[in-house]
Design a protein around this ligand. Structure first.
Ligand code: PHE
Length: 329
């Protein structure tokens, strides 16, 4: 009896100490306090004691039992509250995880800004397909059969008769086929060219096409409108020049350059648009009488205007989708 009590008092506290979870707590309870547990066993032994030994152990066993029960209850409380605290260690006051919010791509922003300038002075917006037939991309626009722009070097041919449009000018044809003058429209979109890629050219870019057809439309009106655009979009002090040029679908034709000087680089002229008076042959192709109506057209390059406006030095950065670049706008 004495030995059993000794080992109980020795083992109980050290085993109790090692309990960390509910499972080991329950195993411990069964081992010591169960119906066939160590303490119950002691009381069984007690019953078998002789009469004169009983008083000596009776009180003691009850004290031990109560003491151990108190210790066990204390442990039980701490194990259970520890489990609760692990749940409560989630700090609900911490800020949540942040997911980056997207923004409009700088090219979409620039395109919208360009369009806004024209929408404010009465232009409507039209769109056409990026996959075009040879007829709309070239033939209706008065490109001669052997024009170099039809060459494989510049054009992505999908088949003999279909191309990825090389400019937004075919939308002029689609529009004039469907709408009689007066016409005052802009046509934004993507265009594709099989060109050598460099800091100022990419195989894909965006244009905003313009078309005005009415009676008595003059080159002076074209020039006035484009200068108005340049000043609205790039600021009153924009440095620009008109250069005589050639397009099969306009006559006379011109190109506009703007002065471009990215920070820390040498300045240079950058061509940003082509324009001209709509060629009478084009009007004939869509059934508009060139004796009655005249018109002007222009095609503005979106990327190059963005380079200049936002002081960017390489067109390829628009297409890299590098977040460090995109978040700046
Ligand atoms: N389509 C021409 C180009 O992409 C630009 C242009 C448009 C020129 C309209 C004249 C009139 O280079």
């Amino acid at each position: 009896m004495e030995d059993k009590i000794k080992s109980l008092l020795k083992n109980f506290p050290s085993e109790l100490d090692q309990i960390t979870d509910k499972n080991s707590l329950e195993n411990f309870r069964i081992k010591y306090f169960g119906r066939k547990g160590i303490i119950a066993e002691l009381f069984e032994d007690f019953k078998k004691l002789s009469g004169d030994e009983k008083p000596k152990y009776g009180k003691r066993l009850n004290e031990i039992k109560n003491d151990l029960q108190t210790k066990f209850d204390g442990k039980k409380l701490s194990v259970e509250s520890e489990i609760e605290t692990t749940v409560e260690t989630i700090d609900f006051s911490l800020p949540g995880r942040k997911y980056g919010q997207g923004t409009k791509h700088i090219l979409s922003q620039t395109m919208n800004e360009i369009m806004d300038v024209f929408i404010k002075i009465g232009f409507s917006v039209y769109e056409g397909p990026e996959l075009e037939s040879d007829y709309y991309n070239f033939e209706a626009l008065n490109f001669p059969e052997d024009h170099p722009a039809r060459d494989m070097q510049d054009t992505f041919f999908l088949s003999k008769d279909f191309v990825l449009r090389t400019h937004t000018s075919p939308v002029q044809i689609r529009l004039m086929e469907n709408k009689k003058p007066p016409i005052r429209a802009i046509m934004p979109g993507k265009v594709y060219r099989n060109e050598a890629i460099s800091f100022k050219s990419y195989c894909l870019f965006h244009q905003v096409e313009g078309l005005v057809v009415d009676k008595n439309i003059t080159f002076a009106e074209l020039k006035g409108t484009l200068v108005y655009f340049l000043k609205e979009f790039l600021g009153k002090d924009v440095k620009y020049r008109f250069r005589a040029s050639f397009f099969p679908f306009t006559e006379p034709s011109a190109e506009v350059d703007i002065w471009w000087q990215p920070e820390g680089k040498e300045g240079r002229w950058l061509e940003i648009l082509g324009c001209g008076m709509v060629d009478p042959n084009v009007l004939k192709n869509v059934g508009i009488d060139p004796e009655v109506y005249t018109g002007y057209a222009f095609g503005i390059g979106v990327e190059r205007n963005a380079l200049r406006k936002y002081d960017i030095d390489d067109i390829r950065t628009f297409f890299d989708n590098d977040k460090r670049f995109l978040v700046q706008f």
